[in-house]
Design a protein around this ligand. Structure first.
Ligand code: ADP
Ligand code: MG
Length: 642
């Protein structure tokens, strides 16, 4: 071993800089934070060559007095805290006194500043660890900081810098985070002299979001704001059908600082459970405010994580507020007409919506033209002007509604064969029996008389049901809707006690992995509530002794294996409640009618009659929509009636 020696201060600074300054975007973040802490109303950021050549941040904040300038670039020097006690009352973004020292250690740094009480501006230029005394220069009120040749003396880091556009996009992301948290400050960003972003100050978060992500997304955001004991929660989020394939669109802020938090992330996921598909991420912006003594921000060099005093409470409060807000909205995705009124229906739609739309188009094409005219005949001109909707036509012609007309009989309309082999005991249960099993008919004989649905129901592609409502047309995904109804029913039954279980005459065995075996052991009670009884059958196998009676047609060993996988997956993060939901999801999915199952008229009516049970969220447990609606107004727009 060599002798122990004290490190040279410039090397210490370089090592420290490595923690805070990773790339130009880190410099941008630190400098903007300083400007915000200085009370700036306007902050301009200029980059050259992706920031590798130059990063300049100019603000109109309080400035740095000339006497303090050398101290500003000294390590562990700050004007923001003075004592340990202050550490727990931090209201500024910075407090570690490290940023400028770190930046000075790995670049050529120039600071030029003029506080209001100073007659002249002063500048210092720091390089190679030397800081000559400040010199007078010409500059307006505020501070300009220039960082040139980043990592000129750390070749390993310099080599890792990416192409300019990549570095600019990282810097832009930092700007997004800071500017979303501070919409009342104006920001600009330019690259190589060309303007890249212009963000005027605004009192409205939505406007700032629109600046970054477009007016369309900003417009559809739902909002909520609540003060929950020590925690202020403000959230803007897009409806579930606007979810994305990446979690990048989830922003969390605490007291104006962008943070990443596992518990809040979990709360967001839980709030949207059943409303977005499992591999999609809702777009959310959550702004939390809390007294500084409720959390510790001094746990990460870039302050991106905090340690909460009561993380569980924060998680549950965020979850409750989001979930409550979500459920208070009607989330049925609407098929919207294109803004320009072009051909056909078009929006940035998920493939699911596109399929449904295609089914509707096929259906409309398939209708016998004479029938179509009869059914969709517009009212005379003068009445149309008074109440322009299809419903009004139907209202004036009650003969059309009673009895409900059969679906149009044009050749190309898919036929709906009557199910055969009825009787609950028959081995291959038909969809009719499944509905009978969930006692659809005894609850509501048909939807006749329920005033929201009118006219006949039509099945297209043995997958979608098309029906008329007071407002227009709905298109229902039969599997998604049935699944959702069953989910609610199973849940209700569970509240009353364990699900009905059937002993198997011959237990079914399955091979399991160590994780699956452990999940079976650990969740024995939960499985019992679901009506599943497992026993150990050799070192690597389990035997299913009893299985839920509600799932007569399900491949037992596959279902159990899948369920154990699911239970093993979210082991640490998920609560027992979340596991139970997941299991119910799976059961509902397996028991529901499938896409491609033909349904009789009675079955369709019976299924739709139960829509009200699940109308609140209008998505299946997997988060796909169950129902799309097309209003008469949209139809009229499409057919250029208005
Ligand atoms: P910290 O922000 O943690 O205090 P920094 O190294 O980022 O540490 O900054 C050191 C000090 O320099 C700050 O405490 C502040 O007093 C001063 N300072 C830095 N940037 C600015 C600015 N743009 N306007 C006014 N003062 C500034
Ligand atoms: Mg700072």
């Amino acid at each position: 071993m060599s002798r122990i020696k004290k490190l040279d201060p410039s090397l210490v600074n370089k090592i420290a800089a490595g923690e805070v300054i990773e790339r130009p975007a880190s410099v941008v973040k630190e400098l903007i934070e300083n400007s915000i802490d200085a009370g700036a109303r306007r902050i301009d950021v200029a980059l050259e060559e992706g920031g590798a050549k130059l990063i300049r941040v100019t603000d109109d904040g309080c400035g740095i007095p000339a006497d303090d300038m050398p101290m500003a670039v000294a390590a562990h020097a700050t004007s923001k805290i003075y004592s340990v006690d202050d550490l727990f009352h931090i209201r500024s973004l910075g407090f570690r006194g490290e940023a400028l020292a770190s930046i000075a250690a790995v670049s050529h740094l120039r600071i030029c500043s003029r506080p209001a009480e100073q007659f002249e501006a002063y500048e210092i230029i720091a390089a190679e660890g030397q800081v000559p005394p400040p010199k007078a220069c010409a500059a307006p009120l505020g501070t300009t900081i220039e960082v040139r040749n980043l990592f000129y003396n750390v070749p390993a880091r310099r080599k890792f810098l990416r192409q300019a556009p990549t570095e600019v996009s990282h810097a832009t992301e930092q700007l997004a985070r800071l500017s979303l948290a501070h919409p009342d400050i104006a920001f600009t960003l330019s690259h190589n002299g060309r303007p890249a972003r212009n963000l005027p100050a605004t009192p409205d978060r939505r406007t700032r979001i629109a600046d970054f992500y477009g007016a369309e997304l900003a417009r559809c955001l739902l909002t909520t704001a609540r003060q929950e004991r020590e925690l202020g929660i403000e959230a803007l989020f897009a409806p579930p059908d606007q979810s994305r394939a990446s979690a990048k669109w989830q922003y969390l802020f605490l007291n104006g600082r962008y943070i990443v938090d596992r518990r809040v992330g979990y709360a967001v996921r839980e709030a949207f459970r059943g409303l977005v598909e499992h591999d999609r991420y809702p777009v959310v912006f959550v702004f939390l405010t809390a007294e500084p003594d409720q959390f510790d921000v001094n746990v990460h060099p870039t302050k991106i994580e905090v340690r909460w005093r009561d993380a569980g409470l924060v998680q549950s409060q965020v979850l409750a507020v989001l979930r409550e807000t979500l459920l208070s909205y009607d989330l049925t995705p609407a098929l919207r007409a294109p803004a320009g009124g072009g051909e056909g229906l078009s929006i940035e739609a998920s493939s699911h919506q596109q399929r449904a739309r295609q089914a509707l188009a096929d259906y409309l094409k398939a209708i016998d033209p004479t029938q179509a005219r009869l059914r969709f005949q517009p009212p005379p001109f003068e009445t149309r002007a008074v109440r322009p909707s299809i419903v009004s036509t139907m209202d004036r012609r009650p003969a059309m509604r009673e009895p409900f007309p059969e679906p149009p009989r044009a050749e190309s309309v898919p036929t709906t064969p009557q199910p055969v082999g009825t009787g609950p005991g028959s081995p291959a249960a038909t969809p009719a029996e499944r509905f009978a099993g969930s006692d659809v008919r005894t609850e509501i004989p048909s939807f006749e008389g329920r005033d929201e649905l009118r006219g006949s129901v039509i099945q297209v592609h043995n997958t979608y049901l098309v029906a008329q409502t007071d407002e227009g047309i709905i298109i229902v995904d039969q599997h998604a809707l049935h699944e959702r109804i069953l989910y609610e029913k199973f849940r209700e039954q569970l509240l009353a006690g364990p699900l009905e279980s059937q002993r198997l005459l011959i237990p079914e065995t399955l091979e399991v992995s160590p994780q699956q075996a452990q999940a079976a052991e650990q969740h024995r009670e939960l499985l019992g509530r679901l009506g599943i009884d497992l026993s150990v059958f050799g070192p690597k196998a389990l035997a299913v002794q009893a299985f839920p009676a509600l799932l007569p047609d399900v491949e037992i060993s596959t279902f159990v294996a899948d369920l154990l996988d699911k239970l093993a997956e979210g082991e640490e993060t998920q609560s027992e409640e979340a596991h139970l939901h997941e299991a119910l999801d799976m059961m509902a999915c397996k028991a529901a009618v499938k896409a491609g199952d033909p349904l009789s008229t009675e079955e369709m009516q019976a299924l739709l009659a139960q829509r009200h049970l699940v109308q609140k969220s209008s998505s299946c447990p997997h988060g796909r929509p169950t129902t799309l609606q097309l209003s008469t107004r949209d139809l009229e727009k499409q057919f250029k009636r208005v």
